[in-house]
Write a protein that binds this ligand. Sequence first.
Ligand code: ADP
Ligand code: MG
Length: 362
Amino acid sequence: MSGAPLQPGATIGIIGGGQLGRMLAMAAARFGYTIAVLDPSKDCPAAQVATTLIVGPYDDEPTLRCLFEMSDVVTYEFENVPVEPVRAVIGDTPLHPPAEALEVSQDRVVEKAFLNGIGVATAEWRAIDTADELGHALLDLGGDCILKTRRFGYDGKGQARINAETTFTDAFEEIGRAPAILEKKVPFAFELSVIAARGQSGEIVAYDPAENVHTLGILKTSTVPGQITAEIAERAKAMASQILTHLNYVGVIGVEFFVGKDGTLVVNEIAPRVHNSGHWTEAACLCSQFEQHIRAIAGLPLAPTDRHFACVMENLIGDDVAQFDALVAEPAAVLHLYGKAEARRGRKMGHVTRVKARTSGI
Ligand code: ADP
Ligand code: MG
């Protein structure tokens, strides 16, 4: 479906007012759009930049209806948006990306089955409902494995490693005996992600992949280009593009990959939204992932994804943000804070992207 381009003054609705919603709202504001955000907390990061904030639960139909009725298009900043209440209120207001993208990415089993179904490689996996099934699946897959809850995992939460020293019943307890997926551990050389976008007429663009390093399950740095060769980058972009097409997607997607020593690419997971590993685009590209997403959902032309710097994005987690004076004084860095009052341990407070100028001779 291809709508007329949204004009300045139109309203973009965003489900979720965390830092991603905040940065989407800021990008939308630059095109003169009005922004309505729905979040359960009046103090959410997007509250400081939204035109209208609707405070309420995500699964409440009257609250969702209010957002859809005041918006010309609705999008979301997280994949755990409750699908049924959203479908019930959608009416004539387009939802981008589509609800199917939520269904696929909310459940790790559905996600893996979808990816394998379109010919995209993942870790070997088995769906797990009981401790018995877990025992059998471990024998079947062999070696080190990771048990993950099917739903609601993020930043490494809801996961238990299983190796020779751990018993599988302990691992099942650790994730609260929730419906799960058992994944064989992929012996990757490094991790990368692709941020790509699909517009309403089906055109696709992709940013250069970033090499990602996680600390305690939380993304710490994204480095571009890092150790990613042009050949690996092209293959990863092509796989992201294939996923976008199959989902009939509109908007920005984040696709996380494991890269083997021989360059083999395996998809870890997909996020139907702007992604933490794409924050560097605001410093190294003319059009950030946030603007690109707004362009796609508003029916505007997608923008070039050329990268003008090599760069490293570092997440500022918890107390890291206390270095404000030093960070803001760095000459080759773009600092972005999320306006969160309290710097709790493990909480993403902001990020900084350090760029390395390309020698152009100009
Ligand atoms: P989250 O939703 O918390 O990001 P992920 O499935 O991406 O969950 O897992 C977090 C991290 O754990 C990954 O980025 C990777 O470093 C590691 N990991 C997850 N699954 C596997 C696997 N099958 N093999 C090896 N490492 C894995
Ligand atoms: Mg992940």
